[in-house]
Ligand binder design. Structure first.
Ligand code: ZN
Ligand code: ZN
Length: 377
């Protein structure tokens, strides 16, 4: 990679890092990306996709496949603890998932493509909003301006602390789990705390539900996990028994069918416990992520590219338990999400001390470039 390219992407990365924006509010970040790409003269630019999303098209002269590369625009509501000179200027907000680095890599691809148009087909670079809340990919895919574009392949990477720097983490099939937030709302009846027998407190049912939810995956044949993340009961008043309760839990599974089953069982279980206690129940869902499934053909391009570049590759057998909303793209095209190690002892994602390591930028960029060479030259 040219030194000039590296300097530009590192500078962009640090600039993005200083001004992180929350999911759905990435207007300034999108503007920065748009102005970075302006001198690169893409063949087509579409902004405001599914919110603040932006895409850039680079076309070849001959007909051929259409390939998408994705980065994420959003930061997190986590205060940054580090003391770097490019530390977040926004109180309480940070780029602690490394999306600033992912954006810089895709911007680097833009620099490359501006000088080296694909020979055949088309390369599309997408900066997607709201990944952290699991809403962005779905909104982009549902956007009319995006819907007309059909892709043969879609690629994305995520940096992964806990792995050697620049190591490539690859897997065929499920790479990251499906997950969703379940919200269980119970309604009973309040009474004077001196006479609990006159009311119907959801306390006991709620306790049973918390235990039952977390135990439910034991009965499943395939991997699944339910983690209760939040629970509230009644109000803070010592004279009144509670009349309401809410439980929030995260459901996880390695494939979408197992997730459907898990949800169905969990819901039936909650309804039956609520019934036993004469409580009204409402079950809702939020932050839904589909499983990210790596297509063998897309996998092969990356595997070959990594070999050619002599990168250290780790082939994992078990999918990651976390989710990525890139899974939405797996539903519509051949996708590959792979990991790139950020260092064995690097602070974990979403840790206040996390900062994207710039020395993995060239690896990400070279690998994507090599994939483009394979598919489009
Ligand atoms: Zn994240
Ligand atoms: Zn992330």
């Amino acid at each position: 990679m040219e030194k000039d390219t590296l300097e530009k992407v590192v500078q962009l990365r640090k600039n993005l890092h200083q001004e992180p924006e929350l999911s759905g509010k990435e207007t300034k970040t999108a503007e920065k990306i748009l102005s970075f790409f302006e001198p690169l003269k893409p063949d087509r630019t579409i902004a405001k996709l599914g919110g603040n999303g932006v895409v850039f098209h680079f076309k070849g002269d001959e007909a051929g496949p259409k390939t998408l590369f994705r980065a994420e625009l959003d930061g997190l509501p986590i205060p940054e603890k580090g003391k770097s000179s490019h530390k977040s200027k926004f109180e309480g907000l940070s780029h602690t998932c490394g999306h600033d680095g992912h954006m810089a890599i895709i911007a680097g691809l833009g620099l490359y493509l501006s000088k080296n148009r694909p020979r055949k087909g088309e390369v599309v670079l997408l900066f997607q909003p709201a990944e952290e809340t699991g809403e962005g990919a779905e909104k982009v895919l549902a956007d009319k301006k995006f819907k007309e574009l059909e892709f043969d392949y879609a690629f994305a990477l995520h940096n992964l602390p806990g792995y050697d720097k620049n190591q490539i983490i690859l897997k065929k099939g499920t790479f990251a789990a499906a997950s969703k937030g379940m919200v269980v709302e119970l309604t009973g009846n309040t009474s004077h705390a001196a006479h609990p027998e006159d009311g119907n407190s959801p306390a006991e049912a709620m306790s049973k539900m918390i235990v039952a939810l977390q135990k439910l995956p034991d009965a499943m044949k395939h991997f699944s996990l339910i983690t209760v993340v939040h629970a509230v009961l009644g109000e803070i008043t010592f004279g009144t028994t509670p009349g309401k309760a809410t439980i929030r839990a995260t459901l996880r599974a390695f494939d979408n069918e197992v997730m459907e089953k898990l949800q169905d069982y969990a819901e039936k279980l909650m309804i039956s416990i609520a019934k036993d206690y004469g409580l009204t129940i409402q079950v809702g869902y939020t932050e839904e992520f589909a499983a990210t499934i790596n297509d063998p053909e897309a996998w092969n391009f990356a595997n070959e590219a990594a070999k050619k570049l002599k990168l250290k590759t780790k082939h994992i057998r078990i999918p990651f338990r976390w989710s990525e909303d890139f899974g939405q793209f797996s539903k519509v095209t051949k996708t590959l999400l792979f990991g790139i190690g950020s260092g064995k002892k690097h602070p974990q994602l979403h840790d206040g001390n996390y900062d994207f390591p710039d020395d993995i930028l060239p690896t990400g960029l070279n690998l994507f470039t090599q994939i483009i060479e394979e598919i489009h030259q």
